[in-house]
Design a protein around this ligand. Structure first.
Ligand code: ADP
Length: 263
């Protein structure tokens, strides 16, 4: 039987609220055994960009990463946010080591080809170097990855953190029994985002398609769930989506393949 591994992704809004972040990291820090953390950080990057006089450019909610924006996202994700998360984990006695995808060649990506929209320095993950992660895990360290990748030719790239979490989970499945958590600011995937009691406990592809069609599941939740279902299909053992409290209490949304949900 494969050894269990917990892979925890923290969303942008959680990262910005110190108390929420502390609680989310507290939950993560207490998970037993091997673990890996991935974090985003989009909102802070936009804020920093404006402070530096660089107006962030977005297209349909996605960042256009020109060379000036790339410098900002690398500073914010791989610097500020990554080191904040690592130091908070250290305070929780979790021996974290902060990484970008270039460190240990953990995430090799290629620049997205230009189609109708040129997203700039955005990378699609090509290869996960699980050996580097395994070496760190074996040494008792907890890798904490930010959403920066590289192309192997000296170019850093900006990559969606939800996609990185899915790619890591899929690659690590060969060696570990991977439990993937998408932690964000709401308790779970909900039928009414203003009603905390409306968390969908179990979600399968059919239900997902129906809620999406009705506009109940929308915006950032769509790429998140597309990534998550892709990971589930590829053999990731369990996937939960929700807030830190709901995750800790087992009340977040769990993705399933079957409609035969437990009671
Ligand atoms: P992250 O914080 O991980 O970066 P996103 O902001 O990309 O995540 O996506 C999460 C957002 O998705 C939530 O803040 C919420 O506004 C939105 N959302 C859309 N539909 C739903 C839904 N049915 N349940 C929960 N959140 C939803």
């Amino acid at each position: 039987m494969k050894e269990p591994l917990h892979l925890f992704k923290i969303g942008g809004a959680v990262l910005e609220n110190y108390e929420e972040l502390e609680e989310a990291l507290g939950f993560f820090g207490n998970l037993p055994g091997r673990k890996v953390l991935v974090h985003g950080g989009g909102r802070r990057a936009s804020q920093m960009s404006r402070q530096l006089g660089i107006e962030p450019k977005m297209y349909e909610g996605r960042r256009i990463t020109d060379s000036a924006s790339l410098e900002v996202v690398v500073m914010v994700y791989a610097g500020l946010e990554n080191k904040k998360v690592v130091s908070m984990l250290q305070a929780l006695n979790c021996n974290a080591i902060g990484l970008s995808g270039a460190d240990g060649n953990v995430l090799l990506a290629e620049k997205r080809p230009v189609k109708e929209v040129d997203y700039g320095y955005v990378g699609d993950v090509k290869k996960v170097n699980t050996q580097s992660l395994h070496t760190l895990l074996e040494a008792g360290l907890t890798p904490a990855l930010c959403a920066i990748t590289h192309d192997g030719q000296g170019q850093l790239l900006n990559t969606n953190a939800d996609t990185i979490a899915a790619e890591l989970a899929i690659a690590l499945t060969e060696q570990y029994q991977v439990n993937l958590y998408y932690c964000f600011e709401k308790p779970g995937v909900m039928t009414d985002i203003d009603d905390a009691d409306s968390v969908i406990r179990y979600l399968d592809p059919e239900l997902y398609a129906a809620y999406r069609e009705q506009g109940i599941i929308a915006e950032g939740m769509i790429p998140k769930l597309d990534n998550a279902f892709r990971a589930l299909k590829a053999g990731v053992a369990s996937i939960h989506v929700g807030g830190r409290k709901a995750l800790a209490l087992g009340k977040a949304t769990q993705l399933m393949w079957t409609t035969d949900f437990p009671e």
